[in-house]
Design a protein around this ligand. Structure first.
Ligand SMILES: C[S@@+](CC[C@H](N)C(=O)[O-])C[C@H]1O[C@@H](n2cnc3c(N)ncnc32)[C@H](O)[C@@H]1O
Length: 280
């Protein structure tokens, strides 16, 4: 996973403007649901190139603090540069596996809020990741995660995955298998994991997040440079077979072309919880 995201880091960062527009409303909702306010100390897990980190830095202001962590050293370096360029001295970045924040020195109960935007579904053991967040939050602190919902609500991802697997000669995969793009989309699954990790007041909200782009080729350019799960599946194919796969994906994704451009439907799940004041 680290190598995959090191490879996709520059592509993800280069598409920040598009990702930012796509996730604008869900990101605002995520920060609200986690309880991020002026002066908060916030843990940002699987922060990537730090797009949501910058929003959080703005919200908490100079008297707050944001620790942005990610498994990939290459993407953390980009997050650090982006925060420095934005002039946010109260953003700290660290390379860390979200399943093991301990060796980072993230001390117990030191954060008011935590978020994880489009990261938790990649964890081989998301419960472990949630337990780490629980440990890092102060009693009463809030968390909100964002993941993709069910396959039928995210048809573009389903098309990309099934086409890539077919061209790679691999069998169809159970979409809910741990570590996959849609692995936490099963209704009720995340709520159950949040409760098992010790969170109270757990609730999930589904949000539509249509990816609006000028054309299908803009979406493909994003996927080809930054969608690490798809790139990994196609990574073993020769050039001609890879192009055949992209060409079929393009044909299938054309179905989402509208008069306004290209509109890829997505549904996201925002799950919020709170570390109880008195830990049982
Ligand atoms: C789709 S990107 C999202 C990045 C960022 N949160 C955003 O929304 O722009 C997924 C990120 O999860 C990170 N990631 C995957 N597995 C991880 C793990 N076990 N611990 C920490 N980060 C992880 C990847 O390195 C990558 O940066």
């Amino acid at each position: 996973m680290r190598i995959q995201w090191d490879t996709a880091a520059a592509g993800w960062n280069a598409h920040t403007a598009g990702i930012r527009a796509w996730l604008r409303k869900p990101t605002d909702a995520m920060c609200r649901m986690a309880g991020v306010t002026a002066g908060s100390r916030v843990l940002d897990v699987a922060a990537g190139a730090g797009d949501q980190t910058l929003d959080i830095a703005e919200l908490v202001g100079p008297h707050g603090h944001v620790l942005a962590t990610d498994l990939s050293p290459a993407i953390v370096a980009l997050a650090r540069d982006n925060a420095a360029r934005a002039g946010f001295a109260h953003v700290e970045t660290r390379v860390a596996d979200g399943e093991d924040l301990g060796d980072l020195g993230v001390s117990e109960a030191s954060f008011d809020a935590a978020v994880c935007r489009l990261g938790l579904m990649f964890f081989p053991d998301p419960l472990r990741g949630l337990r780490e967040i629980h440990r890092a939050l102060r009693p009463g602190g809030g968390v909100c995660t964002m993941v993709f919902s069910r396959p039928e609500k995210n048809p573009c991802l389903t098309i990309l995955m099934s086409t890539a697997l077919k061209h790679a000669g691999l069998p169809a995969r159970d979409p809910f298998l741990a570590g996959g793009l849609l692995s936490l989309g099963q209704p009720g699954r995340l709520d159950e994991l949040f409760r098992s990790a010790g969170f109270h007041d757990v609730a999930t909200t589904a949000l539509d997040a249509v990816f609006h782009l000028p054309s299908v080729d803009d979406y493909l350019a994003f996927v080809r440079s930054s969608a690490s799960p798809i790139l990994q599946i196609l990574g073993h194919l020769d050039a001609a077979s890879t192009e055949a796969a992209w060409s079929e994906m393009r044909n299938r994704l054309m179905a989402f072309t509208t008069q306004e451009g290209w509109e890829g439907p997505n549904e996201l799940l925002l799950t919020a919880g709170r570390r109880p004041n008195e830990t049982p």
